[in-house]
Design a protein around this ligand. Structure first.
Ligand code: NI
Ligand code: MN
Length: 224
């Protein structure tokens, strides 16, 4: 499996299918890709905030990709003419050769439609496409991350570390210990001034406890 970080919480995963998660491209100050350069089979979204849903509808339409999100956001996408599969916490769906399951995330979420915000639930995603990736979405630390680790045994955990709206470095280090993924990759930091974090500190402390961490540069792709 290949994993490419586009900055913030956006990753392109190339496993048995090509999947983009949280496709925040337009308006993402660290991403220099254009939406029409994205070639994917599946678009997966953790929640409705604009820095996660992002360009998901447009990318799904352009690629004739399947859009996967929580039920209400999938309905919203479907209303925009996108092929969508809605899921919810504890469940999942098989799309093409990939299985996507939904986990809780502690956060808020809304969809901004014609200037009023419809509330939807935030989530995390487990993506099984060859290897297994846990994308935590936007969340604080919660002890059920231990269960997520036990149930899905992720090869990779993608964890927000930026603070303010999500876990900070200290909480993310505790998440690493709960989840016990083979590899941990920080996200949702240094996109904006409000979420500045020291990813090197995260790596240093986690590695000191015997966990593996990869710090990606924006646009960097690694083989898992
Ligand atoms: Ni959010
Ligand atoms: Mn966010």
């Amino acid at each position: 499996m290949k994993l490419r970080w586009l900055g913030h919480s956006c990753f392109i995963i190339e496993g048995d299918d090509r999947i983009i998660v949280d496709p925040f491209i337009n308006g993402n100050p660290v991403c220099n890709l254009k939406t029409d350069e994205v070639k994917v089979d599946i678009v997966a979204v953790t929640h409705g905030h604009s820095d996660h849903l992002g360009d998901g509808i447009e990318i799904a339409k352009r690629n004739n990709a399947v859009f996967v999100a929580i039920h209400e956001i999938a309905q919203y996408a479907s209303g925009k003419g996108v092929t969508a599969e809605g899921i919810n916490m504890g469940g999942g769906v098989k799309v093409k050769n990939t299985e996507i399951f939904m986990t809780p995330a502690w956060h808020s979420s809304g969809l901004d439609e014609t200037n009023f915000v419809v509330s939807t639930s935030p989530a995390g995603l487990i993506i099984k496409s060859g290897k297994t990736v846990y994308h935590a979405g936007d969340t604080c630390l919660f002890s059920d991350m231990k269960l997520i680790g036990e149930i899905y045994e992720p090869d990779v955990a993608l964890l927000p570390i930026g603070g303010r709206y999500t876990m900070d470095v200290k909480q993310a280090l505790m998440a690493v210990e709960l989840i016990k993924a083979d590899l941990n990759i920080p996200m949702h930091y240094n996109t904006f001034d409000l979420i500045k974090a020291d990813a090197n500190e995260f790596k240093r402390i986690a590695e000191g406890k015997g966990f593996r961490v990869a710090l990606l540069e924006v646009n960097e792709e690694i083989e898992i």
